[in-house]
Design a protein around this ligand. Sequence first.
Ligand SMILES: O=P(O)(O)OC[C@H]1O[C@](O)(CO)[C@@H](O)[C@@H]1O
Ligand SMILES: [Mn+2]
Length: 438
Amino acid sequence: MAGSPESLSGQDVGSFAYLTIKDRIPQILTKAIDTLHRHKSEFFEKHGEEGTEAEKKAISLLSKLRNELQTDKPITPLVEKFVDMDIWNRYLEYQQSLMNEGDGKPRWFYSPWLFVECYMYRRIHEAVMQSPPINDFDVFQESKEQNFFESQDSIIALCSYLQELKRTVEELDEVQLKNEFFKFLQVALWGNKCDLSLSGGTSSSQKSNLMNSLEDLKPLILVNHMDHLWSLLSKCKKTRENAPIRVDIVLDNSGFELITDLVLADFLLASNLATKIHFYGKTIPWFVSDTTKHDFNWLIEQVKHSDDKWMSKSGADWEDHIKMGRWIYHDHIFWTLPHEYCAMSQVAPDLYAELQKADLILFKGDLNYRKLTGDRKWAFTIPFHQALKGFHPAPLCSVRTLKAEVQVGLQPGQGEELAASEPGWLTTGKYGVLQFDG
Ligand SMILES: O=P(O)(O)OC[C@H]1O[C@](O)(CO)[C@@H](O)[C@@H]1O
Ligand SMILES: [Mn+2]
């Protein structure tokens, strides 16, 4: 689009995009193949010989995919009928129309990184779909569950904090309430460190009590707009009387990060800073650890059945929020398309209209940030509003730790200073932003 900088891409040898396509993505594919292999006997027990054949088929399709990627073959259209197949194939044609080099076909190391990385996860899904009767198998489920179990102590600490606070929340004055709001926001931010695609699918759980680390982590928040969020929601609370206040959360990773989001969502209701929370998850397994509807329900069920009394109380409360319609979970295929969010009003007008009903939208995680900003080579000082290119369904805030080479809205010199002292500042997940566009 005119006026926008180039997309990040694997063309830039040595860039994070290049290294992801070269190393991380093949590693993730290899792990998915291993996972299928390890479940061989389970498939046989469930489906007999047909299960074994399906496992072999899925593995061969994934091996073929890995080979296409590693030899930088042209990106081919999807073949298995699914709700989004036509949209994907049209997008492929659009990418092809942008090509003016080589054989004119989009390729792994040439096309925009955002596109090829999304395509890879969509092809994993296609490989599984093409292998009935194991076509509903989530190759990442095990790692998501492992992340949850390995973070047990931190989850107990958060749930205990939440439950203690809920008992006295009515007695808090404005300043105290604001401080608690800030704590839960920061917990949800640092929860985003725990994604499994950056680590190539190996465990990345939370071992310590995050609440105790917030002060030490604060200097690592490069853009901190928590005050804007407080002003917005506390004003709604004061002026709305009995009308609903709606916060939408576009979820990212399951496991520990999802716990931090649910704890924040529960606090928002308990403090009357919101009366309804809408969650958005992924329709298909995505970027290893992203939350699907199954993950969302599974996690709440696990929390509810915990032996820890505060954890199980939290799980029961969360189930009640869902039953009573205070928490609403939405699925939409748009979240697993490769489009930048500025295209949402055209590609998914129904979703855009839904988001417009929110008083505030929180976008969790790095991939959402890449899609908000189009995953482009913006200068660090370009205003966030400009990088959104007209995407503004409602006031929104990105809650993200930095894991890709795109960052906007910094102070002059801030990016350069960080780059000089810490070369990996954009990609290690050490730094974070709570970046608002009102
Ligand atoms: O779960 P998050 O925060 O969206 O992070 C996923 C990030 O990890 C990566 O897959 C690392 O390769 C990035 O492409 C992506 O932005
Ligand atoms: Mn993710």
